[in-house]
Ligand binder design. Sequence first.
Ligand SMILES: [Zn+2]
Length: 569
Amino acid sequence: MSNALRATLLSLFGSLAPGCASPGPPAPTSAPDAPADLVITAGVVRTMDPGRPRAEAVAVRGERIVFVGSAADAKAFVGPETRVEELPGRAIVPGLVDGHAHLYGLGVALETLSVRGVRSAEAAAALVADSAKGRPSGEWITGRGWDQNLWPGAAFPTHAPLDAAAPEHPVALRRVDGHALWANAAAMRAAGVGRGTQDPAGGRILRDAAGEPTGVFVDNAMGLVEAKIPADPPAVRERRILRAAEAALSSGLTAVHEMGIDDETASVYRALAAAGRLPIRVYAYLAGDGHLEGLKARAPDVDPTGTALFVLRGVKLFADGALGSRGAALLEPYADEPSTSGLLLMDREALARAARLVADAGFQLAVHAIGDRANRAVLDAFEALGPGRAAALRFRVEHAQILSPDDLPRFSALGVIASMQPTHATSDMPWAPARLGPRRLEGAYAWRSLLSSGARLVFGSDFPVEDPSPLLGLYAAVTRQDLSGQPPGGWMPGERLDLDEALLAFTAAPAYAAFAEGQRGRIAPGYVADLTVLGRDLSPDRSLVGTPIDMVVVGGRVARAPAPAPAPR
Ligand SMILES: [Zn+2]
């Protein structure tokens, strides 16, 4: 075990002795007092428990692990009712967690129609007709991606093909660049748009010779239609959550940290969890500063047993934008555009005030900060709360992407969680050096430097911005290469992690960030039985990417069953 890993385990669990984790699971069980509900044997169990890093079998009773050890000893836990899974060659790891994701956003993305790349207005309309089939009449169909420059004649479309495709559904499709909206007659009726409607400032309604709107709305005119798209009803939200949760499960995830939702979505999650219908765990943050004033009137959820399916205990804010669009707030100008250094979305006073309101209400604050100026502003706001406060509430910086060398040690010193996304580094590496120049790259995507400084590192994907698969994140974390293996040796290879360190950031570290250390994130007796079973053992190379997800167990329940053994030939 590396020193950095040992230090990380100590900071996550307080002790390396098994069974001493705080707040502490029930005492380890070695002799069965009753048969288990589920016994899984595999090629290897990677427990992330320093007292027993490797095993062959796990036994589960109810929601918890009751035994970890050899396949032979596990047999004592098999009774007449026990489900036994013998999975030779497979690897069991603690349930993989995405520490920064948008599960509801994935559900929206899965249902948002893409008409990108279609070669005619009629072809786009045909996709709309398909999408209308499964939906109740009157439900809005929204989508994006059309580009009339790819079509014969390159003229803007009219509402007619969309009327024919979906007469009963209002349709609103954004152009590929987001600067024009194509609507059908039902959408224009719903929006009350007609010949008499004036063009708004900064916008234009395209019209025919008689002055009737043709169905295309440019820039600020898009709002005339989009403002009338109703808030999604609970049934639609529920459908999106369940679809996205299935996608997350099939990627091997047992839990996600849901980075910013509204109260309506939260109540749908809550109802699904109460009914036992939420297939994975969701640890959620309220989106935006609109909630700050009202926080003191509400209480964060607590989950002392670590078994809740839905917990809302945090607030998510944005300190700046993204590096790709030069919205990230930098201390010095962009190397490739010296006229700008990006923008703070919340100034220092607003951040300090927000941190105080969230802390006083007992919630956990997570702030998006990409640029070094944004990261410094957020750390300053956390520090201003007073000694130990941000650490006690486990405040987090989301992305922590570009750090001044002066600020890097402050994560550890303040006890602030660095919530990072390994695939962001490999997605950004083609153009990030141009934005930042060589000197600032030293503190960019600096996983190893943060870990060595004693910071707690939580990993996620930021799906649907990136693919949900945690295996892609593990691969990026240990190689710093893209999927074709570039660059050789990895981008800034000194910041690579080893496999156990990366696995920790997808398991025990997000458990800590969710106040569930000692309950989840480790395969040990007394811990909650959240398990991911992979088709083969992990090795720190390209083979990670194709590793099949064989089985997923959430709270002792088999959420995804192993694939049937191949038929003998
Ligand atoms: Zn995000």
